[in-house]
Design a protein around this ligand. Sequence first.
Ligand SMILES: [Zn+2]
Length: 759
Amino acid sequence: MMSSTEMGSMKLVAALAIVGALVLASALRYQPPHPHPVDAPAAEFSAGRAREVLRELVGAGEPHPTGSAANARVRRAIVAHLDRLGYRAELQEAFACGAVRLCADVTNVLARLDGTDGGKAVLLSVHYDSVPAGPGASDDGVGVAAALEVARALKADPPPKNPIILLFNEGEEEDLLGAEAFTSGHPWAKDVGAVVNLEARGTTGASLMFETSDDGGWIIDLFARSVARPASNSIYYTVYKLLPNDTDLTVYKRRGLAGLNFAFIGGEARYHTPRDDFAHSDPGSLQHHGDNALAMVRALAREDLGAHRGAEMVFFDVLALAIVRWPLRWMPLLAVAAALLLVIAAGRTLWRGELRASAIGWGVVGFMAGVLGTGAAGALISAALKASGAVAYRWVAYPAFARAAFLATPVLATGVAATWFGLRASASGLWWGAWAMWGIAALSTAFAAPGVSYPFVVACLVAGLCAIFRAPRLALLLPLAVAALLWTPIVWLLYDALGIPILTGSAVLLTLVLATAGPAWIDAEPPLRRAVLIAASAVIVAGTIAAALAPPFSPDNPRKVNLWYRLNADSQQGAWLASADTGPLPPQLAAAAPFARTPVAALEWMPKLRAYPAPAPRMAFSPPELSVEDQRTTATGRMVRGRLVSPRGAPIAGFAVPRDRVLSVRMNGVFSPDVASKNLVAAPMTDATAWRSYVCTTTGASGVEIEVEVNGTGPVDVHLWDASPGLPQPGNALFAARPAWAVPFDEGDRTVIVAKTRL
Ligand SMILES: [Zn+2]
């Protein structure tokens, strides 16, 4: 016979083993699949073949922003490849403006496979421009290479039922301009019924389906039936809506199109930097992207795209094996059912005198103590890492130490809480206290945020059924296993999504799961309990020390630091600017010029864009000019038409007008769409400041035509600026001082000339 403490010990070991195994399974299952070889069957997507295309597209690894000669080379390579595959590539040229008032000349590359039925078309969309700072091998070179390999496979298929449109767009990195130009100006846009978009916010990881359309129940259903290795859930979608990122799908959805958005998000430190290169692009991510895109384009090409409307779904993958889904509107009902099961079973237990209400109360206290303990431990680790300077950026070079430390805190916190409060609560009280709190979480999320409620609701249903049918052997481990299965993928992937600051959140989620194992703690043998608590403490202490000592940056996980030369043409003052949004400058760089200790606004009219200034020599650059060609009074004020020119030939030119004076602005005759943007990169442009900023990133030799309507008749002060890549020659000393673990990012290193004029 086994004693009750031996049974308790076995249960504790089993509970910890289940949770540990599911964390490990998540870590493994959300790796991308193995790439298929070059000689894979023709009907398959082969990352081997697509890598050859990607190598050609990336070339020597030059950045190829919108409008650059380097991007014209990439465009020619795409057109030539489509030609070789037997497509007739078509170019769409347009001047487009986006939501953050960036404009550019863009050239989209399009190709089409006609359908046999003439129904609505499927659009596969990728962007072939990179940011100015890096070659964009993953963002979005991998998407472009995947789309070309999909195009090859589709040609080998029998003709599709629906037409298929391939769009290689230019200007995504500026302001989603290629998608804007396509939807607002291309005749094929009205044919489109559904969109598949391929993106990257990093260089590695599984291709996650992180965004869909709100009435897209049918498309989730199709996704579930079509994709071999689905990695998606309605929690990602809910979280993505809160993240400061946008993609082309934002533009398509604004036009009412249904769609699916795929991206891999591992290795964010390389995103939008020179390290987003061919060597760092993950062949597995390419394979997963391509498998997803090919499966979805084929499936959508068979659907009747005109007929679809469907309720929004709650959905989740089970270890990337299959997608479980049901209508979102069921969640409140399911949550109420789960709560009723728990309440009825609890009432019966209390009525029969098997448990006192106070025991459940102490169970709730024990549960909350575990959650608060994890929160406190997380705060302490965070404070220690912050003090050590080890988390200068959200994503660090050696994250394993910090991740282990944070993920061990729930074991310590729930173990201590169960041991302390278990004396008053009893094993049964701990179980009921934990599931009472899960029930409250299920009910509140089901009504407030149903997309994130399913882990709570499903686990509560299982716990409620175990309690109703009085299955004590199952009641501890089965609901715990379900809870762990549903939460561990989120616990694991949150780091890739949001970095070190979210690790306390991951630990709290794991605490919710482990707190249901409270009964096993108080039944277990004391030496085992001690051993587990000591082991967890050791991991926390050792992990924190290692994380504090490890360098936060490396050449593969670089710090993002841009260098600017800025000349104020009015004051004739030059300045070096080093923009680093995370703490002080690298010491080597800080020593190379007398940089100020505190950052200032890099551009007077964008106070959120901050940089460390240092005095620099005055150099002879001619400033941007705004020549007025026409002026007239209108019913509401004045209309000024003119031309903004960069005499030194800088590709980027812009101006800023006082926010309270401007009524409307057109560049080259085009208005920006009047919609809100949630893009963080764009935040300095759009945040409520005294100024409204307008930029053209492809200003040619003849400049850009602008029409500004202002209220009132008084004069208007206007900031003018232009920007070109790189620094003037004296800046070479700064380049040399930027260490190998620091790189330019986003718009990159720039020479900027600012001037003022009056309209
Ligand atoms: Zn992108």
